[in-house]
Design a protein around this ligand. Structure first.
Ligand code: KIV
Length: 261
């Protein structure tokens, strides 16, 4: 049994997570189904995300723009059955939050499926949506920097953000606006490490959660299959897998197949 199960079985809340800013690094991992949510919770991960990255690493789509709300609800319900102690939430999928009313309607479906917060991609351009979610009392995690839902608009490339002064200023302005609108956390994806560090210093009531953005963020998020080698056909350059479960499955299954010959 993991120590946290003995020492601390309390449910993790947004307030408790926010109190960690500046005191300890917060690990965040994606979970898409019941067993993985249970395993990550038992390992003591304090924040889980039903990320729309499930489009690639679970459903086999080329990018996240294909993920539907019905698919997100299906996976959110599976994670809910694990009853995580972690604070956990789900992504609003592509084009389901084009207006404040749409954002609230989509978020309500995910909250009804069990999610405790929702995440959406964008900065100042989605502030009305963030404010509408806030007015509904729905905890919100922001996501700025490289936005996977906009990969097609970026010519199919996942580009690093914050490289020039205009990009740096934009990220700082977005982060400040999202914090003022009430976001409790903000994913910084593929942001240059000095700018990610600056956004982290410049925010007080919003955790920064980096992915491919250097070490100086309040927390770090990874796509779990990348971390455990469960999607061996592609690993982002900033991830060092801690296990090779894909290779282990091939070996175990191959041994069993041969044992029957
Ligand atoms: O979809 C996802 O898994 C994400 C995380 C990588 C932050 O957005």
């Amino acid at each position: 049994m993991h120590p946290r199960q003995i020492a601390d079985v309390s449910k993790i809340t947004v307030a408790e997570i926010l109190a960690r800013k500046g005191r300890e690094r917060v690990p965040v991992l994606t979970a898409y189904d019941y067993p993985m949510a249970r395993l990550l919770d038992e390992a003591g991960v304090p924040i889980l995300l039903v990320g729309d990255s499930l489009g690639m690493v679970v459903l086999g789509y080329p990018d996240t723009t294909h993920v539907t709300l019905a698919e997100m609800v299906h996976h959110t319900r599976a994670v809910a059955r694990a009853k995580p102690n972690a604070l956990w939430g789900a992504d609003l999928p592509y084009r389901t939050y084009d207006t404040p009313a749409a954002a609230v309607a989509t978020a309500r479906e995910l909250i009804a499926a069990g999610a405790e917060y929702v995440k959406a991609e964008g900065g100042q351009e989605i502030l009305p949506q963030v404010q509408a979610l806030q007015a509904e009392g729905i905890p919100f995690m922001a996501h700025i920097g490289m936005l996977p839902q906009h990969v097609l608009e970026e010519g199919g490339k996942y580009r690093i953000k914050g490289r020039d002064e205009a990009g740096r200023q934009r990220l700082l302005d977005d982060a400040r606006a999202l914090e003022a609108a009430g976001a409790f956390a903000c994913v910084l994806e593929l942001v240059t490490p000095p700018v990610a560090a600056e956004v982290t210093r410049e925010t007080r009531t919003m955790l920064t959660i980096g992915i491919g953005s250097g070490p100086d963020c309040d927390g770090q998020v990874l796509v779990t299959p990348d971390l455990v080698g469960a999607f061996p056909w592609f690993t982002p350059r900033f991830v060092t897998p801690r296990a090779q479960t894909g290779a282990q499955i091939r070996t175990a299954v191959g041994e069993w197949v041969r044992s029957l010959q």
